[in-house]
Design a binder for this molecule. Structure first.
Ligand code: TMP
Length: 240
């Protein structure tokens, strides 16, 4: 277990704070008890959320690492802090969808819960002021958010993560409906999965009942977020 302490605050987002450490290649992520939805329109302090997202994210990054996918995760440091590799983030949200839900269902007038014939990857530009707009490959290329080969690599890597996580959750009786990834480059130029993978960034439904085990309970006022995340965490760790 490494000891690392939080140095200079480098960045504060909606769900996490990022600090420098004594090691220039490593950063400390401290998860926050804040929940936001609809681009910050809905906002609440939720005690316990930081611990649960930190633990679930640590677990899912470890699942990916064990299957050979490089991520920024190094180790847990406390009940809400983790040590990660420093990367330069690509300013794109890479979304993978297995089943219709959320903005995809809304945009195309689809019911939620229809299994897609193949997994779809879509890119959103990370820009709160613009509401993280969906962008086509050509739009991303012309605006130089990424190169052609880079987009292909991101898609392929995201689908690889999808295969691993879909199987992992299915084993626990949970359907991975959709999720968002962020990627970054290390100083050495390695492309790795970064940010977080948690019920804030995934849609997860119970296979039998379709009960929502993710942030939609907060977005749509369907129940208690900490109770839902705790239930998910227990299912992942204790099979309960
Ligand atoms: P969407 O249906 O709202 O486009 O979301 C698709 C998935 O991506 C869902 O699991 C939530 C996740 N997501 C984020 O984690 N952050 C975001 O800013 C957005 C738009 C989606």
């Amino acid at each position: 277990m490494t000891t690392a302490s939080a140095g200079e605050l480098l960045y504060e987002g909606k769900a996490k704070k990022l600090y420098a450490t004594e090691d220039g290649d490593r950063l400390l992520v401290r998860y926050k008890d804040e929940a936001t939805a609809y681009n910050g329109e809905k906002h609440a302090m939720i005690p316990g959320k930081s611990r649960l997202n930190h633990e679930i994210s640590s677990l899912l990054f470890s699942v990916l690492e064990a299957k050979g996918v490089s991520t920024h995760f190094i180790e847990r440091l406390s009940d809400k802090e983790q040590l990660v590799r420093k990367v330069t983030i690509i300013p794109l949200e890479v979304v993978v969808r297995n089943v219709t839900a959320g903005s995809f269902a809304k945009r195309f007038g689809q019911e939620e819960g229809i299994v897609l014939p193949f997994s779809v990857v879509d890119f959103h530009v990370k820009d709160d002021a613009l509401g993280d707009p969906l962008a086509t490959d050509d739009q991303l290329l012309v605006l130089q958010y990424a190169g052609k080969g880079e987009l292909e690599t991101l898609k392929q890597r995201a689908l690889e993560v999808n295969d691993i996580l879909k199987e992992y959750f299915a084993d626990k009786g949970i359907t991975l409906i959709d999720f968002k990834l962020e990627f970054g480059y290390t100083e050495a130029g390695e492309l790795i999965v970064a940010d977080e993978i948690s019920p804030d960034t995934c849609r997860l439904w119970d296979q039998k009942t379709n009960e929502k085990l993710d942030k939609d309970v907060f977005r749509r006022d369907l129940g208690s977020l900490p109770e839902t995340y705790e239930k998910l965490y227990k299912r992942l760790t204790e099979g309960k």
